[in-house]
Design a protein around this ligand. Structure first.
Ligand code: DQQ
Length: 468
């Protein structure tokens, strides 16, 4: 059964039906990409967590596979609400595909343990008979102890697990020779006091000659924007030294990202394209949740991690348009029937621009009442995505810093039926949001305030569907 709904996305990963949250077990195995995800197949709401599963040759076209993990054991099921196979990761060992996940029992006083499951064919998984492999949180943490991410360094396995203590989110580090026996090495990194009191879904990996830590932080019951930290890993001491930190995605709808490294040496991140406690209009149609476009992570000058949509995405392009606009003063309607599933590139010449601000209006209705504004404020150096008038989804404004380099701004915008992903300056700043506009709102405008705007290049493509 596949959900039928006007809200379905055209080129983003979704479950066939039901609920999705975090990406899990993102890995390449036998030359194919595998994606698992937090899944409740029986309702459009969060429920006892299963691991949904799909695979792909290009990270764009996906084939759904049977559910890989379902609650079944005393350590990952129960009769108290809130149990299941929580988030985790995948790795390949001796030709087997191994999943590391959190067994979660009891929503009120969580018992969270780390477990593994293996597969010889990449489709059917067997839980390890001596699970859990880590049955107790460390004294440096508390019972919030989840989301194992496993990787290999030299001849040893390493695992970071998210936890908290004394108001600080933490990444607990474990090592293993054989993936069954895990030894607590210490706290590899923790919040400096401003980075959240619980760290969910930590991911720690090498990028060029540095290491990068990605964390999805909680502040009380609130989940906030994932951030990344560039630093150095001392494997002997088990300590990651934090150097530079920044928000990974400034949008509202990007959470619990996870990375893989592929056989081309690319470090690719994918995130849950929605967040807790948000309005999800698609639930009325029997499903909720999707994944972001996979993005390649690029470390630049040791202080920025850029996110570039994986190059495979260009295979979806069709109907190329070069728009003949160069100077704009006031409001300019680019098209009344702009492709709503599309990629747009706009390059702005800031030196030849004297406007205080300029912006894009997406999915704008004829009367202008419904629209999503993306504002580039050149005085305050800010980018704002405003969903106050976007339609039936969540309202609110997402703000990111704007850094102008070499007198230009490079904008790459991906729209799908119910999502917007904005990449500014080659992915230095990214804003991801879901929106739910009326199907009739198809106008695309550019506007300026107090002056004119110089556009060097404006081009777009319709993007084909990656789903049959
Ligand atoms: N979602 C999972 C947890 C994780 C949280 C449960 C983050 O393992 O910490 O579905 O969204």
């Amino acid at each position: 059964h596949v959900a039928q709904s006007t809200y379905r996305l055209h080129y983003h990963f979704m479950a066939p039906t039901g609920w999705i949250n975090d990406p899990n077990g993102f890995v390449q195995y036998s030359g194919e990409y595998h994606l698992f995800y937090q899944h409740y197949p029986y309702d459009s709401k969060w429920g006892p967590m299963h691991w949904g599963h799909a695979k792909s040759d290009d990270l764009i076209h996906w084939k759904h596979l049977p559910v890989a993990l379902a609650p079944s054991e005393p350590y990952d099921s129960g009769d108290v609400e809130g149990y299941g196979c929580f988030s985790g990761s995948a790795f390949v060992n001796n030709g087997e595909l191994v999943l590391a996940y959190t067994g979660h029992v009891d929503g009120n006083t969580p018992q969270q343990v780390q477990c593994i499951a293996t597969s010889k064919d990449g489709v059917h998984f067997e839980k390890y008979e001596h699970n859990p492999v880590i049955d107790q949180f460390p004294s440096e943490g508390t019972h919030d102890f989840r989301d194992p991410k496993v990787w290999k360094h030299e001849d040893k396995w390493y695992m970071v697990v998210g936890t908290k203590k004394d108001g600080k989110g933490k990444a607990a580090l474990y090592t293993s020779e054989d993936q069954h026996k895990w030894e607590f090495k210490g706290i590899a990194a923790e919040s400096d006091g401003t980075q959240g009191d619980m760290w969910e879904c930590p991911d720690l990996f090498p990028l060029n000659h540095r290491h990068v830590l990605i964390v999805s932080p909680m502040y009380g019951k609130q989940n906030e924007n994932p951030f990344y930290v560039i630093g150095d890993m001392d494997y002997e001491a088990g300590i990651f030294t934090q150097k530079v930190s920044s928000i990974l995605d400034y949008g509202f709808d990007f959470y619990a990202p996870q990375t893989l490294v592929d056989d081309k040496g690319r470090r690719i991140v994918i995130g849950w394209m929605e967040k807790w406690l948000t309005k999800m209009p698609s639930q009325e149609h029997g499903w909720a949740g999707a994944m972001s476009i996979p993005r390649e992570l690029v470390l630049e000058s040791n202080h920025v991690v850029k996110q570039k949509p994986i190059e495979e995405i260009v295979s979806l392009r069709s109907d190329y348009q070069k728009w003949d606009v160069s100077a704009i003063d006031g409001v300019k309607v680019i098209s009344e029937t702009y492709d709503s599933v599309s990629e747009t590139i706009i390059e702005v010449d800031v030196n030849e621009t004297d406007a205080a601000a300029f912006g894009l209006q997406l999915r704008c209705s004829q009367d202008g009442e419904e629209r999503t504004d993306i504002l580039f404020d050149l005085k305050n150096n800010e980018i704002k995505m405003d969903r106050t008038r976007s339609g039936s989804g969540e309202k609110g404004v997402s703000t990111a810093p704007l850094h102008i380099k070499d007198g230009s701004i490079h904008i790459r915008l991906f729209m799908d039926t119910t999502s917007v992903e904005l990449f500014v300056n080659e992915g230095e700043q990214v804003i991801t949001n879901r929106f739910f506009p009326n199907e009739k709102s198809q106008q695309f405008n550019i506007f300026t305030s107090d002056g004119h705007l110089k556009i060097r290049n404006f081009e777009s493509w319709k993007l084909n569907s990656s789903w049959k």
